[in-house]
Design a protein around this ligand. Sequence first.
Ligand code: SAM
Length: 245
Amino acid sequence: MRFHVLTLFPEMVEQAMNTSILGRAIGQGKISLKTTDIRDYAANKHNKVDDTPYGGGAGMVMQAPPVYGAYEAVTEEIGHTPRVIYLTPQGKVFHQKMAEEFAKEEDLVFLCGHYEGIDERVLDEIVTDYVSIGDYVLTGGEMPAMVMMDAIARLVPGVLHNETSAEFESFQDNLLEYPQYSRPEIWHGKRVPEVLLSGHHANIDKWRREQSILRTARWRPDLLEKARLTSKEKEFLKKHQTEIQ
Ligand code: SAM
């Protein structure tokens, strides 16, 4: 997976992405990250890339030519037309299934906006996917791009050393993950659930599945509606209705 980020703040993206698990994955060549500074494609000596909006109104708009120049530099380098994701609060809200779909691509280009956004004409020409990370407005697209790259990268084989850890977690089968515990066995008087110490894997799996169901019912009932539960599990859920409130 090769990530390409078109941005006004390349150092912000590089610094964050080159740490922790993603930094290691980049070091090992499992994923790569290349930032392109949109300012390098400004056609004026002050590297100005924004101007006032036609029709008036507050703020500035990122102009089409430098954004297009940065995009062309990437496509020329990789030799094909990639998916281009414009991070925008107006896009489809990002979720795990989208991350799985994007993880299949060889190259992904992230276009980060600033100010009031980017001239619509260049968006029309180059963007394939409009994606938001949630219903709130941020100052720029860099953090949303990093959120997406993090979620996508961990699905790339070899990025997580424990390969199973991306398999059984929240949003699989529309359920949230079960609660996790580690040493010590007793902390602040609270014991780790007995079943987890039993070494009985079938019972542990059953307990975890039930906890996932209860947790999803409590915190994300919207997800649970889409989950496929067996009739026994539905029965279990009914019995534990009082624990959910
Ligand atoms: N005027 C724009 C609007 O109302 O849709 C918002 C522009 S915002 C201040 C500046 C940039 O931040 C956007 O171009 C986008 O790249 C990024 N951004 C802000 N909120 C975002 C979100 N929730 N998801 C993805 N990108 C976001």
